[in-house]
Design a protein around this ligand. Structure first.
Ligand code: ATP
Length: 381
């Protein structure tokens, strides 16, 4: 069926290497999200799968067939882009029907039937006689989807299809797209620069940076077990905290914060000298300094001062700086419960449990050690 295989795929534009040696296997019926910052090569990768670009080297297969030089029309794919590109002078019915234009083997009444079926699936059957100009952005996007799915393709390719919608509609369409993809059971590659979209929609996520594939995995795998500092920083919101420093005799030393290693950290860090210490904001425990016991701070506790608070209702995101450090080095962000109010200027004590610590090689960025997951915390729903 719709399995897609990218085998050492590279695309150069003159001096620019847009995609470099990407090997990736998208399983049949899978929803794979390609994510990464602007210019990382997402669209170029998708366009090679679509047949809109020819790979400079490497091989591309869809359903086991070699595709490098096959024209888009003969690939059994359907594409949806950020720009819906609906024909303004055509009705919704005609726009959707246009998706069948190049398909042989349908009678006129079969075409009408297909359009009606698809419109019903997308909940736009009452809009069939309208023109695109008479539709909202979300409705237009549904028509664009309709035009893609009416052909019943082997593979869907989507490039930021929700980017033009407002935040609320985007969230709603996200859920609808997932439902639709599951119902239609069609292999889908979905490009976005938005990590929330990637986390919430993908069966698996492929993270690209600088044309290179950084990691492929299930959303929680990337969140808890990033392969490197780039993935750790890209996946998760607010972003993981990173402190730069060195290995000390007892653990990690940023120059301001000394964090002693337990046996696990000690063992996994190997002989790397330059280190990046990572901890997710939601893994940091924050409490008021005056709640600290008279015995003083424990080894994993640090006194900090609140510099900024952001209220989200259900939670607060607080920026903290080392209490003795006016220069704002080693600032970290932590997530606190929405009911736990902390004020700017307040003195707090944070606790960073060693089980939640990530360590990266300071030179290569490779993950040396990721947070510990209890066997009872298996990544299943
Ligand atoms: P964005 O999210 O901004 O669309 P992207 O991750 O999709 O970015 P690509 O559009 O794939 O990135 O571009 C990858 C790199 O290749 C960029 O450096 C871009 O400038 C370059 N590039 C893309 N298309 C061409 C082209 N036709 N000619 C020359 N360079 C190109």
């Amino acid at each position: 069926m719709g399995r897609i295989q990218l085998d050492h795929l590279t695309k150069r534009f003159g001096e620019t290497v847009a995609v470099e040696d990407v090997t990736l296997d998208v399983e049949d019926s899978e929803f794979l999200v390609l994510v990464g910052p602007s210019g990382c090569g997402k669209s170029t990768t998708l366009r090679m799968v679509a047949g809109l670009e020819t790979p400079t080297s490497g091989d591309l297969y869809i359903a086991g067939d070699h595709m490098n030089y096959r024209v888009p029309q003969n690939r059994d794919i359907a594409m949806v882009f950020q720009d819906y590109a609906l024909y303004p002078h055509m009705t919704v019915r005609e726009n959707i029907r246009f998706g069948l234009e190049e398909e042989a083997g349908y009678t006129d009444s079969e075409r009408d039937e297909r359009v009606a079926d698809v419109a019903e699936t997308l909940g736009i059957d009452d809009l069939l006689d309208r023109k695109p100009g008479e539709l909202s952005g979300g409705q237009q996007q549904r028509v664009a989807l309709g035009r893609a799915i009416v052909r019943d393709p082997e593979v869907f390719l989507m490039d930021e299809p929700l980017a033009n919608l407002d935040a609320k509609l985007r969230t709603q369409m996200r859920t609808e797209l997932q439902r639709l993809q599951a119902d239609l059971d069609v292999t889908t590659v979905y490009v976005t620069h938005n990590q929330t979209e990637a986390m919430t929609m993908g069966d698996r996520i492929a993270v690209l940076d600088g044309g290179r594939l950084q990691q492929v995995g299930e959303p929680l795998e990337l969140y808890h077990e990033p392969a490197n500092q780039f993935v750790a920083g890209f996946i998760g919101e607010p972003m993981m905290n990173f402190l730069h420093g060195r290995r000390s005799e007892t653990g990690f030393d940023s120059g301001h914060i000394e964090y002693p290693f337990d046996e696990r950290l000690e063992r996994t860090v190997g002989d790397a000298d330059e280190l990046v210490f990572g901890v997710r904001p939601e893994a940091i425990d924050v409490r008021r300094a005056d709640e600290t016991s008279a015995e003083g701070l424990g080894p994993y506790e640090f006194r900090m001062t609140v510099t900024v608070t952001e209220t989200h209702g259900d939670q607060n995101v607080v920026s903290l700086t080392h209490a003795d450090d006016a220069a704002d080095h080693d600032a970290v962000r932590a997530v606190t419960d929405g009911m736990q109010i902390v004020a700017v200027g307040e003195s707090v004590v944070i606790t960073i449990d060693p089980e939640t610590v990530h360590l990266f090689d300071g030179e290569t960025g490779d993950a040396l050690c990721n947070r510990r997951l209890e066997t009872t915390q298996e990544l299943t729903i």
